[in-house]
Design a protein around this ligand. Structure first.
Ligand SMILES: NC(=O)c1ccc[n+]([C@@H]2O[C@H](COP(=O)([O-])OP(=O)(O)OC[C@H]3O[C@@H](n4cnc5c(N)ncnc54)[C@H](O)[C@@H]3O)[C@@H](O)[C@H]2O)c1
Length: 270
């Protein structure tokens, strides 16, 4: 049911773990809009095997890469350029992992070695991906890169833990690299700040159920779904957003600019 929004465009999608993943929905949407894709995820995620279903549905090869490993990234970009027959147009960075959250460490008792890994996987990996694409001149002029983030980069959501710091760093890399890639090749780089969404990464946050229903009540349009997010990402990869770069784009049903809602007041008065 696409509109050929991405006809002739080619790109890499990082982070499709299973059907719930934002990257999974995005791959489907981009394919429906006429894009050619390469899918990638960490070797450990590929072993789950789920991604093969997606690969079949969107007719894309899967090339494994640990996003923190520069050799893997070089191999991925090389393989993608071979598959596409040259440079390509877009990249989705849909990756997040917190070791301290996973291992139940409180923010004030952070394990710093785990924290280094978290920042590497969830934030500096965007720099590594962009640097590899830059070095190999892999992205076409007017190419578009999107990474996913969360509003805990700007405001405190205590249980988001060290991921708040990771997202703040991710958004900074987006602006900094966005400057250099814009000047060099008119490549645009943005983050999309998504509503809480029931995925493997999302559900890992402590108190997620309460959190997602609070956000639902605090958003005039309600929470944005993974499908809505996929639509927005497809638009960001299209030629209709050529002059948007270095932005953090809230995709959250209005949550970010809402002070309070009738639904929340009603709840408080109970
Ligand atoms: N779900 C939410 O509530 C929510 C809200 C805002 C932003 N986000 C962000 O959206 C993005 C996608 O997450 P999701 O919610 O679709 O969950 P998800 O668990 O489906 O996706 C996370 C992906 O990161 C991949 N990954 C982890 N370590 C990796 C590594 N070393 N190398 C390569 N890939 C690695 C995982 O394999 C997985 O595919 C993340 O950046 C997340 O922080 C999620």
């Amino acid at each position: 049911m696409g509109n050929n929004l991405l006809k002739g465009k080619k790109g890499i999608i990082f982070g499709a773990l299973d059907e719930k993943s934002i990257a999974w929905k995005t791959a489907m949407r981009c394919y429906e809009e006429g894009a050619q894709l390469v899918l990638t995820n960490a070797p450990v995620a590929l072993r789950m095997g789920e991604i093969n279903k997606l690969a079949e549905a969107v007719k894309a090869p899967v090339i494994g890469a640990d996003v923190t490993n520069m050799e893997d990234l070089k191999n991925l970009i090389e393989g993608s350029m071979k598959h596409f027959g040259g440079s390509f147009d877009f990249i989705l960075h849909s990756i997040g992992m917190s070791l301290n959250v996973r291992k139940g460490k409180h923010y004030t008792e952070m394990n710093y070695e785990w924290n280094q890994k978290t920042l590497d996987i969830s934030a500096m990996s965007l720099h590594k991906v962009l640097r590899t694409a830059w070095d190999m001149d892999a992205l076409n002029e007017w190419g578009s890169v999107v990474a996913l983030t969360y509003i805990a980069a700007q405001r405190v959501f205590p249980d988001y833990n060290e991921m708040a710091d990771a997202k703040a760093l991710l958004e900074s890399v987006t602006r900094m690299f966005g400057y250099y890639y814009g000047v060099k090749k008119k490549v645009r780089i943005n983050t999309i700040s998504q509503s809480p969404t029931r995925t493997t990464a999302g559900s890992g946050v402590k108190g997620f159920d309460g959190f997602i229903s609070y956000a639902e009540k605090m958003s005039p349009l309600g929470n944005a779904s993974a499908e809505d997010c996929a639509n927005y990402i497809a638009l960001m990869f299209s030629d209709y957003t050529r002059m948007v770069t270095m932005q953090n784009l809230f995709h959250d049903g209005g949550f970010s600019f809402t002070g309070v809602t009738g639904a929340v007041i009603e709840q408080m008065e109970k």
